[in-house]
Write a protein that binds this ligand. Structure first.
Ligand code: HEM
Length: 145
């Protein structure tokens, strides 16, 4: 069960990062180029990024409770007993990623309030962009397959 969820979390991470990157790049081009915000491309891409980020959040929460490197590590060693590698997995990665996904969700909600394409693209650029930077800053690169 744990191994299966870890594999799902690992592979889903590729999809989340690719779709988020595409959504941010698309929003920057729309914002800078003062383009119209279309339902077919722009809305769909931003929505896909939101949905995949939320699925990853759920899988991440699940793995946090069943992994020996998640909550169990904190319970066994205590906050002070974690070294930098185990702190990354058990504390920094989950905490920062939850903040990142909250930012992405705020960006999505804000974009809906605006009528002008420029403001919609700006909201997606800033909030999804910040979310992506936070996620990238706390990926456990060394152990990722
Ligand atoms: C977009 C968000 C996220 C991305 C891109 C992401 C990505 C990853 C990656 C690449 C790994 C390494 C997997 C491997 O070793 O093969 C990992 C591990 C882990 N993630 Fe996430 N993650 C995200 C969100 C979360 C969240 C929200 C939580 C918990 C609340 C979480 C909890 C964990 C835990 C506990 C591990 C360590 C699992 C283990 O080694 O046993 N992740 N994550």
């Amino acid at each position: 069960m744990y191994e299966t969820i870890l594999v799902v979390h690992s592979y889903l991470a590729y999809i989340v990062l690719i779709v988020l990157f595409l959504a941010v790049a698309n929003a920057i081009m729309g914002w800078v180029g003062d383009k119209m915000f279309t339902m077919e491309k722009d809305l769909r891409l931003s929505l896909f990024a939101l949905i995949f980020a939320h699925i990853q959040l759920l899988v991440g929460l699940l793995i946090y409770f069943i992994s020996p490197n998640g909550l169990q590590a904190v319970q066994a060693l205590g906050m002070g007993g974690l070294n930098s590698a185990s702190r990354l997995l058990a504390v920094e990665h989950p905490f920062i990623n939850i903040i990142a996904i909250v930012l992405i969700t705020i960006g999505w909600s804000r974009h809906k309030k605006f009528m002008e394409g420029q403001k919609k693209f700006k909201s997606i650029t800033i909030f999804y962009g910040l979310g992506l930077i936070l996620i990238l800053s706390r990926i456990p690169w060394a152990q990722w397959i």
